[in-house]
Design a protein around this ligand. Structure first.
Ligand SMILES: Cc1cc2nc3c(=O)[nH]c(=O)nc-3n(C[C@H](O)[C@H](O)[C@H](O)COP(=O)(O)O)c2cc1C
Length: 184
C-alpha cells in the first residue's frame, strides 16, 4: 500500500477481536509512532501496552474512577467500564509526559504525542488490523494516569484499541478540502 493510499483510506474500526498483532507487528506499529515529529526531541511521551489479563486490571481501574466520582453510579455503567478494555486484544495507551520547557509549550508536546499515536494507528491499519482511538473521562483520571506510570501533570492522549477487524468497515466519509482550506 502506498503512503498516500494509507493516509487517504485510514478508517477507524471500532469492532475488533483476537488475534492482535504479533510481537514483530507490534514493534513495527510502535516504531512507526516513535518517528513522529517532536520539537526539541523532548520525547514527551510514554506508551504502555495492555494485553491479556492486564486489560481486566485496566477495566477495574476504569470502574473504580466512576465509583470514586459518584458512589451511586448505576451498576450497568460500572460493568460497562469494567469490560471496556476487553473490546480489543491490544490497547496502546499514549501518555503525555509533560516537560516544563522555556520554548516548547504543552500544546506542542500534546501535538507530538498525538502525531505518534496517529502514526501507530496508521501502521496498525496498514498491517490490516482494525484500530480506534478512544479517550473518555478515564484519560484524565489521576488513578488511571498514575497506574500507567504518569505523574499528576500527565494525561492519556489516547488509548488505541487494536485487533483483527470484526464486521464490515464503515464507509469512508467524503471530505472536501475546499471546505477546510483557503489561500492566504
Ligand atoms: C483525541 C481523540 C479522542 C477520541 N476519543 C474517542 C472516544 O472516546 N470514543 C469514540 O468512539 N471515538 C473517539 N475518537 C474518535 C475515533 O477515534 C474516530 O476518529 C471516529 O470514530 C471517526 O472515525 P474515523 O477516524 O475513521 O473518521 C477520538 C479521536 C481522537 C483524535
Amino acid at each position: 500500500m502506498s503512503i498516500i493510499d494509507a493516509l487517504t483510506t485510514r478508517n477507524a474500526h471500532p469492532r475488533v477481536q483476537s488475534p492482535g498483532p504479533s510481537a514483530s507487528e507490534l514493534d513495527k506499529i510502535l516504531s512507526a509512532g516513535l518517528r513522529a515529529p517532536d520539537h526539541g526531541h523532548l520525547r514527551p511521551w510514554r506508551f504502555v501496552t495492555v494485553t491479556n489479563d492486564a486489560r481486566q486490571r485496566l477495566g477495574d481501574l476504569f470502574a473504580e474512577t466512576l465509583l470514586l466520582s459518584n458512589p451511586e453510579t448505576p451498576q450497568a455503567q460500572v460493568d460497562k467500564a469494567r469490560a471496556a478494555p476487553l473490546r480489543a486484544p491490544l490497547i496502546i495507551a499514549g501518555l503525555l509526559k509533560y516537560q516544563d520547557h522555556p520554548k516548547i509549550p504543552r500544546v506542542e508536546q500534546v501535538a507530538a504525542v498525538s502525531a505518534a499515536l496517529y502514526g501507530m494507528s496508521l501502521a496498525a491499519d496498514a498491517l490490516g488490523y482494525g484500530c480506534v482511538w478512544r479517550t473518555g473521562t478515564y484519560a484524565r483520571e489521576p488513578l488511571v494516569i498514575s497506574a500507567l506510570g504518569g505523574a499528576p501533570a500527565d494525561e492519556v492522549i489516547g488509548f488505541l484499541y487494536i485487533g483483527t477487524r470484526a464486521g464490515d468497515a464503515k464507509p469512508l466519509p467524503e471530505v472536501s478540502s475546499a471546505e477546510y482550506v483557503s489561500q492566504f
